[in-house]
Design a protein around this ligand. Structure first.
Ligand code: ACO
Length: 328
């Protein structure tokens, strides 16, 4: 596949202040630090304040990314927010962020691809930039999943968390490029990870609230197996399309859903620990935000440098999955 001449110019992220530890969760549901650590790799996660919504988290991450790119809000052409926890069904969180930033010349939208949201946004924005219609794009993965968690369900409330990761994309005429990508979906697994009520299928009623049908319901075992297979498959496809092997890749940034899923991918790719970025122990599963946050941390820590070939991969509700190979 031909490379897309678009580069990630800058990154930014925002994690809310409040830290919820596994020990804290022991006081909320019937769980233990030991169970959560060994089954998921998570030790702590961040929770947004009551008056902080997804667009607020996205706004904070976006401000940092724009500042680092030295682009003013008025100059932004395109805003895409990947999220499954929007402030409202509509307007889109993209429009809310546009307004907060004062990015009045940007077209703004949301992408609902669950944990693949950052990757889907990256590919869509890159294609639009490559078409020559826009000079820059701001992509943001942002979630306040704590608003959609059933705090009585120990199987899910220990996993999901809040945060935002943003990147500024610009056309490139140098070496930095999106070398290849692969995206996929399979709606037949939609029933295994969803928020059952609140949409047109099952509008909100007193009963849906009482039955906690406005929160995430997940068949963890089913998702686990598909996630492992799909991440292996999609990452291999992207490497083939890019014409690279694992030896060419300096860092893989996988979606941070479960350390065991990440380790399974690492073993499959036969990569040493230092070549796979992991921060799940600090932040839990922030869905669409996780790759954007991880990319920003890896960049700020100097783990990735200009010219490095990096790989991104994710899977999420829908189901959706994807990967990208980037010459950073
Ligand atoms: N504390 C203690 N025990 C627990 C907890 C908990 N927090 N949660 C579940 N258990 C119990 C179960 O009740 C079960 O008990 P039982 O054997 O008596 O029935 C036992 O632990 C084992 O449960 P499993 O579900 O089989 O545990 P598993 O090892 O599969 O881990 C997990 C569960 C962590 C959810 C795992 O399946 C997973 O990570 N799946 C992938 C989920 C995922 O990544 N989802 C996000 C996708 S991204 C997105 O789009 C939002």
């Amino acid at each position: 596949m031909a490379a897309i001449n678009v580069m990630i110019k800058s990154t930014g992220s925002y994690l809310p202040e409040k830290v919820l530890s596994n020990k804290d969760l022991e006081n909320i549901v019937d769980t233990t630090d030991e169970w959560i650590t060994t089954r998921t790799g998570i030790k702590t996660r961040r929770l947004a304040a009551e008056d902080e919504a997804t667009s607020d988290l996205a706004f904070e991450a976006a401000k940092v990314a724009l500042q680092r790119a030295e682009i003013s809000p008025e100059e932004v052409d395109l805003i895409i927010v990947g999220t499954i926890s929007p402030d409202n069904f509509f307007p889109s969180t993209g429009c809310l962020v546009q307004n907060k930033l004062g990015a009045k010349n940007a077209v703004a939208m949301d992408i609902n691809a669950a944990c693949s949201g950052y990757l889907f946004s990256l590919v869509i924005a890159s294609r639009l930039l490559d078409g020559g219609n826009y000079k820059n794009a701001l992509i943001i993965g942002a979630e306040k999943l704590s608003s959609f968690v059933n705090w009585e369900d120990r199987a899910t409330c220990v996993l999901f968390a809040d945060g935002a990761g943003a990147s500024v994309l610009v056309p490139s005429n140098g070496e930095s490029r999106l070398l290849a990508f692969d995206l996929g979906s399979d709606g037949s697994y939609g029933k295994d990870l969803l928020v059952p009520a609140g949409g047109s299928r099952q509008p909100a009623t007193i009963e849906t609230v009482e039955q906690k049908l406005h929160s995430i319901v997940m068949n963890g075992n089913a998702i686990f197996k598909i996630a492992v297979n799909k991440m292996r498959e999609t990452f291999t496809k992207s490497m083939e399309k890019a014409g690279v092997t694992v030896d060419d890749i300096s860092l893989v940034i996988p979606h941070q859903a479960n350390l065991r899923i990440i380790e399974s991918l690492r073993n499959f790719l036969k990569l040493p620990k230092e070549k796979v970025f992991v921060n799940i122990e600090k932040y839990g599963n922030t869905s669409a935000a996780s790759i954007g946050i991880a990319l920003d941390e890896a960049h700020q820590q100097g783990i990735i440098k200009r010219g490095d070939i990096i790989g991104l991969t994710a899977f999420g509700g829908g189901l959706t999955w994807g990967s990208a190979i980037i010459k950073f």
